[in-house]
Design a protein around this ligand. Structure first.
Ligand SMILES: [Zn+2]
Length: 96
């Protein structure tokens, strides 16, 4: 799997990923938090999430993804890069 060449969190509020082929994913912290792929969020989606949720930390999770720590304290999800790409595409479709 191809890794992004650039990973940027601006102001805790937005995540930007850019790949060498020009693919680009931009998501709000809220969208990333809502898309959390951990078992507990998949079972009980967090409907009461505050839109002000922020990304307070981001770290590499193995070779294939990222782990975020959010301002609500949650950090169980491992986000594979291809999953983040998918989330970004979903976001694009929504805004059309
Ligand atoms: Zn989760």
């Amino acid at each position: 799997m191809e890794l992004p060449t650039r990973i940027e969190v601006s102001g805790g509020a937005r995540l930007l990923l850019i790949w060498a082929d020009g693919a680009k994913v931009e998501l709000s912290a809220e969208e990333v938090r809502r898309g959390c792929p951990c078992a507990s969020c998949e079972t009980f989606p967090n409907r009461f999430l505050l839109p002000t949720v922020q990304i307070v930390d981001v770290e590499q999770a193995g070779a294939y993804g990222l782990r975020f720590t959010f301002s609500d304290g949650h950090n169980s999800g491992i986000y594979r890069y291809d999953y983040l790409k998918e989330l970004g595409l979903r976001d694009e479709y929504r805004s059309i």
